[in-house]
Design a binder for this molecule. Sequence first.
Ligand SMILES: Nc1ncnc2c1ncn2[C@@H]1O[C@H](COP(=O)(O)OP(=O)(O)O)[C@@H](O)[C@H]1O
Ligand SMILES: [Mg+2]
Length: 348
Amino acid sequence: MLVLEEEQLKNKYLKQIFQYIQDGIIIMNHNREILMMNPSAKRLTGWKMGERVPYCSFCEKRKKSPGEQTCYLIERNEVPYFLSKMPTYHGSKIDVEMSTALIYTDSKTKEQEFLLVLRDQTLQLREEEARVSKFIIKKLIEAKEEEHKRLAQELHDGVGQSLFTISVALQAVEAYVKEHEKLHIYIEEVRNELEKVMNDIKSYSYQLRPHSLDQLGITPTLSTLVDSVQKVHSEISISLDADFRERCHPSVEINIYRVVQEALHNIVKYAKASKVIIRLEKKEEYLTLYIEDNGIGFNLQEVKKVGLGLKHMEERITLLGGSFNIISAHSQGTKIKISVPNWKDDYQ
Ligand SMILES: Nc1ncnc2c1ncn2[C@@H]1O[C@H](COP(=O)(O)OP(=O)(O)O)[C@@H](O)[C@H]1O
Ligand SMILES: [Mg+2]
């Protein structure tokens, strides 16, 4: 009685598994006719009972010795794991992982029956592609930052230093020609021009890659950025609230900086705002950034295809494993909220 109950239970579960398992299960005979198939196999391939299982791409193309079966799986009787493309009923091919087992041999006729299990690989392949493209984007961003750093250093230390040397030399020349009034005026003009170029170089170098980011960290650097925007745009009141001094991971620092830079750039360019609030908060595991303006706002759906600024912001944050939220509507201002995991050195 117990054995019978156990048997019934087993049958019940086997039926359920056959019905609901995500893998396609097919039983075919040696002529490749389908004797039984579960709903997943139907969904995956579109084949029907009684039809023949088509050959996969691998078997269609592989070299066979004379008399050898086209089907590699039948030839071997059993293959535990096999990746190939399978033709479906509508002509397309799907990537599948296959495994087979010889499950029955008729003792008289020697006819055989095979179990064929198909697992759809499309999703896995797509996930892998997404992972690889994410990796490439990350490397591109890192390479761009590296290049900015190099250029900034070159401008600051190379070009800047040379200009400084010229300006010192001019000072010396100036001392000799004091009595020559005209020459003295020319030299002064050149020196003034030189000073302007030197200041420009300093500012370009800073914009490319603020050296204070590497030396002092994110909060003082953001404060300098806000001050410089505020100086040029007195019509906007910009407040920055970031009262911690600890260093974050370098990748977090540069990416947060770039996000604020782009957000401020957008505000100045489009928002017509009178007030901007920037808040950077450090919580145990996370660094949260809020950027809020009271400007004209915009419709997110409409601008999705327009520029790259917002897209790049989101990409940077996603790559850090963080979250990016933006709320905006016409005449209602714009709110950006970003959260990134931080305070551990194991970010890669
Ligand atoms: N703070 C903001 N206030 C109003 N409009 C904005 C703001 N930020 C972005 N936008 C709108 O979103 C669009 C896309 O911005 P972005 O992706 O940075 O691209 P771009 O700056 O190159 O146009 C902008 O063209 C602008 O219309
Ligand atoms: Mg922009």
